[in-house]
Design a protein around this ligand. Structure first.
Ligand code: F6P
Length: 547
């Protein structure tokens, strides 16, 4: 019965898509003076303008119908109640608890969730304040001037993205991030630092990730060579694997835990946020959490058609499944959100980059788009050419603040003018007739106009959503991140995939483990394919006499 409702909902959407495909965005706007009011949504302190998406009211109604047919609200409530919705790992997905975004009664395995998350939050924020105020000092009694966070994926991208986003609030020690196993990363970060006054945080849910354990070892050697065996006083850890942190020799008083029901890419709100808390302080960190919880509250209470994460998800479904758009460009007109596209790459692509449905069968529809992007205006001067005139249509999410704490002259107005100009140019383009008229008015010869005008015309009709917020502060950042978190969840439900596992990262790790011993020897791996063997042989040759 339910399947029939979903099929019906998809069928209606396909009919709506075929209908609206014949109507340009220019026409949709000229036919409806109130389009902006109808299709922009102002909740929770964010204005999300979907009016430049290629939809109208009936399309939106059909999209909401799809969410209803997929029982989205039931699934949402199950996630918030702690059901093991990550069924391939038999785990709940309760990262919302870390920001008190769930009901206070929720428990997992008989434990009240808010009690355990609250006490760990207090512990790691107290440590952050100790470091900031010079109560937790280096072995030589001096303040820590620098902090290196060693972690990868969710143990890197969240704190790193938010540290940059909130640099205006940064008044603690200098923060540095090392993620890549490439020695260049640790070397380039550490070479300008003094180990005598540097704190190293090792952040890893499993504490077994190759990159992090290798960098952790190297960092410890770096500390030991400068300060001797007391080096452990310069180490802290964040993990769900406390046996491994202890084996590595981290003082339990400096070890902060999170839980298996927090996925790596959803872990920023846990002690994984420790480096950020050291940078901006406990009060600002709590403001980030309260912004995040406000979006949880909106998501769990607003009706589907007025629910920002649901609408973002449905617009994404429209772009991906009805308009067959394969990528999504994230363009913050906010330099401090420089790592936001990378953060969303993990959030969206690791969550919804799946092609097997919850029933174990191949999905019969497209899932996560490829996420990419760069801050504007820089992006305008690199890849926007393709966005305006390329053969693929790329939908864009623009993000911009109304105010900027370091405003100088009219920079911010220029930034905003460019942001709004780009979405307008994408939507409405510039037709060849107008180009010809403009060139003729400039006195250009007809023959030259005939040659050049087609190159200077813009087809337009390219969709975008603009998210406008008052300013990039901790609370707003919390809301923005959770807007995307819940968007990803809703899409996973509609696509009928498990958004909380990541089996696709395993195979390459196993092969790397198998190849590693052969790279340091002259032995040729026997059972590998001929390309891999050829590459290994060439690599060994180029490394002689090292090998
Ligand atoms: O390989 C992918 C992944 O498991 C991510 O999901 C995770 O954020 C990252 O590796 C790091 O894992 P860990 O926190 O266990 O070191």
């Amino acid at each position: 019965m339910k399947m029939k409702a979903i099929d019906k909902a998809w069928g209606l959407l396909e009919r709506e898509a075929a209908r609206i495909a014949k109507i340009s965005l220019t026409k949709l706007f000229s036919d409806d003076e109130d389009r902006f009011d109808r299709l922009s949504f102002n909740y929770c302190g964010l204005l999300v303008d979907h009016s430049k998406e290629h939809i109208d009211q009936p399309c939106l109604k059909a999209l909401v119908g799809l969410a209803q047919a997929a029982d989205l609200e039931k699934h949402r409530d199950q996630m918030f109640a702690g059901f093991p919705i990550n069924f391939t790992e038999n785990l709940a997905a309760l990262h919302m608890a870390l920001r008190e975004g769930i009901s206070p009664e929720t428990s997992v395995n008989g434990q009240n969730i808010l009690e355990i998350t609250g006490s760990e939050l207090n512990r790691f924020l107290a440590f952050a304040e100790d470091v900031r105020r010079g109560r937790a000092t280096a072995v030589n009694g001096r303040r820590f001037t620098d902090v290196i966070n060693i972690g990868i994926g969710g143990a890197d991208l969240g704190p790193r993205m938010t540290t940059s986003a909130l640099s205006h609030f940064h008044d603690g020690p200098h923060l540095h991030y090392v993620s890549n196993i490439d020695t260049a990363h640790f070397y380039d970060v550490s070479s300008s630092l003094d180990p005598q006054t540097t704190l190293v945080i090792i952040a890893s849910k499993t504490f077994m990730t190759l990159e992090t354990s290798s960098n952790a070892q190297t960092a410890r050697n770096w500390l030991v060579s400068a300060i001797g065996e007391n080096a452990s006083a310069h180490l802290a850890a964040v993990s769900a694997n406390l046996t491994a942190t202890q084996e590595f020799g981290i003082d339990p008083a400096r070890t902060f835990k999170f839980w298996d029901w927090v996925g790596g890419r959803y872990s920023l709100w846990s002690a994984i946020g420790l480096p950020l808390a050291i940078a901006i302080g406990a009060k600002n960190f709590r403001a980030l959490l309260s912004g995040a919880a406000a979006m949880d509250q909106h998501f769990t209470t607003a009706e589907l058609g007025k629910n920002l994460p649901v609408l973002m998800a449905l617009i994404g479904i429209w772009r991906r499944n009805l308009e067959n758009m394969q990528t999504l460009a994230i363009i913050p007109y906010d330099q401090r959100l420089v790592r936001f596209p990378a953060y969303l790459q993990q959030l969206e692509m690791e969550s919804n980059g799946k092609s097997v449905s919850t029933t174990g069968h191949a999905v019969d529809h497209a899932t996560s788009p490829i996420i990419w992007g760069e801050p504007g205006t820089n992006a305008q001067h690199s890849f926007f050419q393709l966005l305006h005139q390329g053969s693929d249509t790329v939908p864009v999410d623009f993000l911009i603040a109304a105010t900027q704490p370091n405003e100088a002259g009219d920079h911010h107005l220029k930034l905003a003018a460019n942001c709004f100009a780009q979405s307008q140019a994408l939507a409405f383009g510039l037709n060849e007739k107008v180009v010809r008229e403009q060139m003729a008015a400039d006195g250009t010869e007809t023959e030259f106009i005939d040659q050049i005008a087609p190159h200077r015309a813009f087809a337009g009709n390219r969709p975008s959503t603009t998210i406008l917020y008052p300013r990039l502060d901790p609370e707003t950042l919390g809301k923005l991140i959770v807007l995307y978190e819940h968007k990803v969840f809703c899409q996973g439900i509609i696509w009928q995939i498990n958004s909380f596992d990541q089996w696709g990262v395993e195979l390459g790790k196993h092969i790397a483990d198998r190849l590693l011993p052969t790279l340091s020897q002259k032995d040729m791996p026997q059972e590998e394919d001929t390309s891999t063997k050829g590459l290994v042989a060439a690599f060994q040759l180029l490394r002689q006499p090292l090998v």
